[in-house]
Design a protein around this ligand. Structure first.
Ligand SMILES: Nc1ncnc2c1ncn2[C@@H]1O[C@H](COP(=O)(O)OP(=O)(O)OP(=O)(O)O)[C@@H](O)[C@H]1O
Ligand SMILES: [Mg+2]
Length: 260
């Protein structure tokens, strides 16, 4: 592919207190991808999203956003970059003391460019996009998990981002609500030509959403490409992950249940 990537994780290395998590992650995210990142729990998927947002800095390699080196940006440039990226957190992360309107308004108010009546209109518009019209005055605690997820998706869209990062968007939701969220991700990103990265364990969701996939294993990307290629992968780790089989390289080091 000759297209310029929107994000490039270039040989990214990261360790926490000497424990390596990423050891040379190489991954390009191209405009209008819906890139699904697969990988084991604790493997470093959320960490990759935090690196893209510039919340964490790599100990080796670099993250490029277009031509920008994320880890070298000044505080103000980094804030500007973050306003171009929407993030939907694993557990929605709405502020519990603020109602839906105030939660959504927050990122826009911080930029200080819009009047209150414009912000109200924007809140209304984004809530309509996720099928949550009329919930402006509700508190997060009054919403179900699926509703909170949709509100946090609306919040991520408030600044019309060019990239949206989803960390486990269907975690903790029933199968129907997770399909609803999947459809929203597909429709909203298509309608707005937004690029997205989706971290998920749910293989049904992954194959529904992905235009590209990448699998993180033991600190590096072991396969990257089209969803079809993942379905028919020859890589034993990818095959075990995609089919969810108990026997395979991912579980070799686990104690045998019969013998313990
Ligand atoms: N701020 C931190 N300080 C120390 N260790 C951390 C920190 N953040 C993550 N880790 C460690 O890095 C590893 C990767 O964590 P990460 O949250 O990225 O995994 P994940 O792939 O998102 O897992 P899950 O699927 O369970 O959400 C884990 O071993 C975790 O304990
Ligand atoms: Mg995670």
């Amino acid at each position: 592919m000759t297209e310029t990537p929107l994000v490039h994780l270039n040989q990214v290395v990261l360790a926490f207190a000497g424990k390596p998590v990423l050891n040379g992650v190489e991954l390009k995210i191209f405009p209008q991808d819906r890139l699904v990142i697969l990988g084991q729990s604790g493997g470093g998927k959320s960490t990759m999203l935090r690196l893209i947002l510039g919340i964490l800095k790599p100990s080796g390699g670099e993250i490029k956003y277009k031509h920008l080196r994320v880890s070298r940006l000044s505080r103000s440039k980094l804030n500007l970059l973050r306003s171009r990226i929407g993030m939907v957190y694993q557990y929605s992360a709405l502020i519990s003391s603020l109602n839906v309107r105030a939660n959504l308004a927050l990122p826009v108010r911080e930029l200080g460019r819009k009047s209150e009546s414009d912000i109200d209109k924007l809140v209304e518009e984004k809530l309509a996009m996720v099928g949550m019209s009329g919930t402006e005055d509700k508190m997060p605690s009054e919403l179900s998990g699926g509703m909170r997820k949709r509100v946090s998706l609306a919040r991520a869209l408030m600044l019309d981002p060019e990239l949206v990062l989803f960390d486990e968007p269907s975690a903790g939701l029933d199968p129907v609500m997770s399909s609803v969220i999947d459809e929203l991700i597909i429709n909203l990103t298509e309608k707005t030509n937004t690029t997205s990265v989706i971290v998920t364990h749910e293989m049904d969701s992954a194959f529904r959403i992905a235009t590209r996939m990448a699998m993180l294993y033991q600190g590096s990307i072991i396969q990257e490409g089209k969803p079809e290629d993942f379905k028919s992968s020859d890589h034993p780790v990818v095959r075990q992950f995609v089919t969810g089989e108990v026997e395979g390289p991912m579980t070799e080091s686990l104690p045998d249940a019969d013998n313990t």
